[in-house]
Write a protein of this length. Structure first.
Lengths: 221, 221
DNA sequence: TGCTCACTCGACACCGTGTCGAATAATTTC
DNA sequence: GAAATTATTCGACACGGTGTCGAGTGAGCA
């Protein structure tokens, strides 16, 4: 069962990171093509409804060639996750200390960013969330991401509590942060399932913002 | 693709409801055995990791006999869901109007009940939640259940708002109820994944209760 | 030119699904 | 209680998807 970290077989050249400007080998191109096809297909079907030959015929190669590039469908999803993870971390940075603006604004902005990201990459994010229960690899990856969110949120809550602005515990800053973050995730998940509607998006953002504000700072007065 | 409502083939005698004392036909017994085996296997594996022959060998029959009793693995899950649905509705009743006790108590009691139910039937409930994205049948069923929860919660919030006890909207009572209910579900889901720990359970109940209280009534003072 | 190694392919063995028709057990009908 | 009917079970089969293997192919480099 080992660990299969790499989407490419052992001995393959190091992946060309996003920054690298090295010449794209042919293999990189087809890997990309597989990834693109996968992301497109995920808009319609769930990961385990997608057969390997759908991926490969979309990329113009034969089915068995797939296994040269990825060791499983889940590995594809993992690679796809990494693609959007960066955007996610940017979004996480927004939780961090605001300037002098009121908390309401920074919370709303952060939540807005998350919703937008789910709108842009809903299918991949949904597949990744589902795969948490299936694939150990994906699970580790996303629990790392979630942790970043929870940590910075908890830290922020603690700061506000010490400043006497936020409602003191219990619950622990960390426990509170955990439920708030996963509440956001759940709502984004189901929102990304519905047809895009700016009005609905706004309503969800406002509702989540209100719950965050009241849970952390108490009722505004 | 039709609709396949019944776990038993068309023309089968009406299911013996829980109240009925009619003689158990042999078929009912094996259906039960399949259901029991399924519930037990779900403690270890996810629904689509369970092969039909695991179900049938557990019930002491041959694989093809399975299809006489259920039309698919999902139909099994649907039947399993109905089993626990009743308990769920009891839990839903707790959201309804308390007597004169403080809101904190009735909310905590309701959340406690939900957590207990997830502790008792976690594997089935998790599988059902996952299958919402896969099976139209399961999706309809559970959105009905969720609706009951959301409706009664929203109604309760409206009552409290009119009485001037709860923080007025926006957000809508319904929007607020939606996020609170799904927050509970998400937390119960992940809680039921961890090893049973009374301390952890209590912490989650307390955290959820606090968020509900603050979201609906504002900060206690 | 010829070597090497990344890359591709078709063929194969395997496994799980769902269906069918025949065989058997239970129940009803006369 | 024998015959007819219906409920239940089974083995066999066709199908479709997976993952592996060894044999190519071709582009770049010595």
């Amino acid at each position: 069962m080992m660990f299969g970290m790499s989407p490419r077989p052992a001995g393959a050249p190091p992946a060309n990171g996003a920054g690298s400007r090295r010449k794209r080998s042919k293999g990189d191109l087809t890997s990309q093509a597989i990834l693109d096809t996968a992301e497109q297909l995920l808009e319609t079907k769930s990961l385990d409804e997608i057969a390997v030959d759908e991926l490969t015929s979309g990329a113009g190669i034969s089915r068995s060639t797939f296994y040269f590039h990825f060791e499983s469908r889940e590995a594809v999803l993992y690679a796809l996750s990494e693609r959007v993870a960066e955007g996610l971390y940017d979004s996480a940075a927004l939780w961090l200390r605001r300037g002098s603006e009121p908390p309401e604004d920074s919370i709303r902005r952060a939540i807005s960013g998350t919703v937008a990201l789910w709108r842009a990459h809903g299918p991949v994010l949904r597949a990744a969330v589902r795969a948490r229960d299936t694939s150990e690899l994906v699970r580790r990856f996303w629990s790392g991401v979630a942790r970043k969110f929870v940590d910075s949120t908890a830290q922020q809550i603690d700061i506000e509590r010490e400043a006497g602005v936020a409602v003191p515990g219990p619950p622990t800053a960390r426990a509170l942060a955990t439920v708030l973050v996963s509440m956001n995730e759940t709502m984004c998940y189901s929102l990304s399932l519905a047809r895009k509607s700016a009005a609905r998006d706004r309503e969800v953002v406002e509702t989540l913002t209100a719950v965050w504000l009241r849970a952390v700072y108490g009722v505004p007065r």
